[in-house]
Design a protein around this ligand. Structure first.
Ligand code: EPU
Length: 337
């Protein structure tokens, strides 16, 4: 177990603020986590479990315990001619896992290439991109209960997945820690190319349709639009795409016939926050050291030395503009700590 006092979190979150944790604990096995939970330290004090820190905004030093998983490993637990189920340690880097599936010629995770973060968080956050979400692949999620240290496995349905949502973010928030996630992947070609500009990117590259080429195409789309957190602090999409009633969407479409949208169900439509923020003129603008990325209006960036408060101030001004122009409330996808 790695235990550090007064520990800088600069390299454990992607916004790049130099904040500290009173205590940082990294465990490497289920047994180590059980040992930690049996000490009841977490029940009494403030604690936060982090993954790659790609969805966090710290507003100051963290006066409690920051936990991080270093549970690693891939293990094939079931396999037949069509499918494979692979069980992965929560502390594996998500994109390393995607690279591994592509190398093995297993289909399903390639559209989620280059999403920052770790495997444990993929199951909590239901990460998604280009028409695929983690929930489409997850078979089950193994956890330990914080109060008792007892293992509990959640089948996919018990995780109550929805767009960027799961039971671990709501009714069971803070009660379970993910130790392993099992994903189902296909052994026969099965691509998802009809979302956004994925197909166009592949056509532009004039390459053969292979898993490796789809992964490379997705990586190139992301690299063109999303700033590298090592160069400019950011947490990917800062806001979620709001889901609004169809009646409201139809009224908006009258005023903005070019408004992009994604169908959800008969009563609801998802509209891109990026488009609305862009229409409000925020793209490339900044307030102090907090900025709106110039290639993707959904991404807020630390222009150098920004505090969490400055980013929050900018985000509130953006929310206000979007509400005034479109009557739509947008909410952060990023967690404020
Ligand atoms: N758009 C603009 N201006 C911009 C950016 C986008 O008008 O500055 C328009 C685009 O033309 C498009 C629409 O807005 O019509 C949507 O944009 P885009 O396809 O770039 O994706 P998004 O809805 O902004 C979501 C996810 C991303 C994911 C992409 C691709 C959320 C909150 N974000 O972004 O996830 O990579 O789709 O599937 O759902 C993340 O969560 O951190 C993340 C990057």
């Amino acid at each position: 177990m790695n235990i550090q006092k007064d520990y800088s979190l600069k390299h454990h979150h992607t916004f790049g603020m130099d904040v500290k944790a009173a205590l940082f604990i990294e465990y490497a096995s289920v047994e180590e986590l059980q040992q930690l939970l049996s000490q009841k330290q977490l029940e009494e004090g403030r604690w936060l479990h982090i993954g790659g820190g790609s969805n966090l905004l710290f507003t100051g030093d963290y006066l409690g315990v920051i936990l991080h998983s270093a549970i690693k490993g891939y293990e094939v637990v079931e396999e037949d001619a069509d499918e494979v189920i692979v069980r992965v340690g929560a502390g594996e880097v998500w994109d390393d896992f995607v690279a591994y599936t592509v190398e093995k010629q297993w289909y399903g995770a390639e559209n989620l290439s280059l999403i920052p973060g770790e495997v444990g968080a993929s199951a909590v956050q239901n990460i998604g991109a280009y028409g695929v979400e983690a929930k489409d692949l997850i078979v089950e999620v193994e956890t330990l209960e914080v109060a008792t240290g007892k293992p509990r496995t959640f089948e996919n349905a018990a995780c109550q997945y929805a767009y960027r949502e799961s039971v671990f973010k709501h009714s069971l928030k803070g009660q379970y820690i993910v130790t392993h996630v099992s994903y189902r992947l296909k052994k026969k070609p099965c691509y998802h190319l009809d979302y956004g500009n994925v197909r166009a990117e592949l056509e532009k590259r004039k390459c053969e349709l292979t898993l490796k080429n789809v992964r490379e195409g997705i990586i190139s789309i992301r690299e063109d639009k999303l700033p590298d957190p090592k160069v400019q602090g950011n947490a990917g999409s800062f806001f979620m795409n709001p889901i609004i009633p169809r009646t409201q969407f139809e009224a908006l479409l009258n005023d903005y016939p070019l408004m992009p949208h994604y169908e959800v169900d008969a009563a609801r439509v998802k509209v891109p926050a990026a488009w609305m923020i862009d229409q409000c003129g925020w793209k490339g603008k900044h307030l102090g050291r907090a900025g709106v990325h110039d290639k993707q209006a959904l991404v807020l960036v630390n222009l150098g030395g920004s505090t969490g408060e400055e980013i929050i101030h900018l985000s509130e001004e953006i929310q206000k503009s979007v509400f005034e122009k479109f009557g739509v409330r947008i909410s952060p996808e990023v967690n404020f700590i």
